[in-house]
Design a protein around this ligand. Structure first.
Ligand SMILES: Nc1ncnc2c1ncn2[C@@H]1O[C@H](COP(=O)(O)OP(=O)(O)OP(=O)(O)O)[C@@H](O)[C@H]1O
Ligand SMILES: [Mg+2]
Length: 254
C-alpha cells in the first residue's frame, strides 16, 4: 500500500479557473517524489490540498489507504501530525515574537512527545530542543534568539527541525530553498536528503528547479497548467521518450 495516493484530483477556484486537473500519483514510504513545473501551474495548490489546507472538488487523497474525506477529527489530527511541511519563506513560518526555542517546541506541546519515535528520544523540553538543533546542524545558542537574529538559511533549518521533530511519515517541501542563495540552497538540500535517510521520512519535493528535483528525488512528476504531463524515474530524465515540455525544462539547465 502506498503512503500517499491521489486519484483523479481536480480543483477549481471560485473564479472558475481549473487549477488542478485530474491529478494521479502515488508516493511510497521512504521515497522522495519531485514535482516540478513553472510558476502558477498549481504546485502549491496541490500541496495545500495534501496538507488539508484546501479542499479538492473531485477525486480522492488516500493516506495509508484511507481516504481523507472519511476521516473524523481524531484521525485528522493524527494525519496532521504525520504530514508536515516546509514552505518557501521561513520568515513567515516563524512567529517573530517567539524565541526559536519556543517555536521549535510548538509540536512538542501540541502533540506531546510521548509517542514512540524511531530515532529521537526526548526526555524533556530542553533535550527536545538540543536534539533538534543538532539534527539540523545549528549551534544550541541560536535557540535563545528571535527569528530576526538568524539568517535565512538558519531560519529555514529551524522550520525543518520543527517539521521533522515528531518524525512524520511525510514532509511536503514547497520550494524550501527558493528564498536562499545558491550556497545555502545546496547545504539545505544536502541536509534534507540526509534527514530523509536517517529518519526514514518520505518527501514530496516541490520546485521549479529541475536540477534540484533531480538531485533529491527517485520519481519525478512534471506539471503544466494544472496537469501532470510527464512522470518518470530519475534515471529516465534524459530518455528520448520524455515529454516535449520536460525536454524544454532540461534545456534550461544545459
Ligand atoms: N486562493 C486562490 N484563489 C484563486 N486563485 C488562486 C488561489 N491560489 C492560487 N490561485 C491561482 O491558481 C494558480 C496556481 O497557483 P499555485 O500557487 O498553486 O502555483 P505554483 O505552481 O505553486 O506557483 P509558484 O511556482 O509561483 O509558487 C495560479 O494561477 C494562481 O493565481
Ligand atoms: Mg508555489
Amino acid at each position: 500500500m502506498s503512503l500517499l495516493e491521489l486519484n483523479n484530483v481536480s480543483k477549481t477556484y471560485k473564479n472558475g479557473d481549473a487549477v488542478l486537473k485530474n491529478i494521479n500519483f502515488s508516493l511510497e514510504k521512504k521515497e522522495c517524489v519531485g514535482l516540478v513545473g513553472e510558476s502558477g501551474c498549481g504546485k502549491s495548490t496541490l500541496a495545500r490540498c495534501i496538507l488539508q489546507l484546501a479542499s479538492v472538488d473531485e477525486g480522492e487523497i488516500l493516506f495509508n489507504g484511507m481516504a481523507l474525506q472519511n476521516k473524523n477529527e481524531r484521525n485528522l489530527r493524527a494525519y496532521r501530525r504525520n504530514i508536515q511541511t516546509v514552505m518557501q519563506n521561513p520568515a513567515t513560518s516563524l512567529n517573530p515574537k517567539l524565541k526559536i526555542r519556543d517555536s521549535l517546541l510548538d509540536p512538542y506541546f501540541q502533540y506531546g512527545a510521548q509517542a514512540a519515535l524511531r530515532h529521537f528520544q526526548y526526555t524533556n523540553e530542553r533535550d527536545f530542543v538540543k536534539q533538534l538543533m543538532e539534527a539540523v546542524e545549528l549551534p544550541l545558542e541560536l535557540a535563545d534568539r528571535y527569528p530576526h537574529e538568524l539568517s535565512g538559511g538558519q531560519k529555514q533549518r529551524i522550520t525543518i527541525a520543527r517539521a521533522i521533530s515528531l518524525e512524520p511519515a511525510l514532509v511536503v517541501l514547497d520550494e524550501p530553498t527558493s528564498s536562499l542563495d545558491i550556497l545555502s540552497q545546496a547545504s539545505i538540500l544536502q541536509l534534507l536528503d540526509g534527514l530523509r535517510e536517517q529518519l526514514e521520512l518520505s518527501y514530496l519535493f516541490i520546485s521549479h528547479d529541475l536540477s534540484a528535483v533531480n538531485e533529491m528525488s527517485q520519481k519525478i512528476l512534471v506539471m503544466k497548467d494544472g496537469s501532470i504531463v510527464d512522470r518518470f524515474k530519475k534515471e529516465e530524465l534524459f530518455s528520448e521518450s520524455r515529454h516535449s515540455y520536460t525536454k524544454e525544462l532540461i534545456s534550461l539547465y544545459q
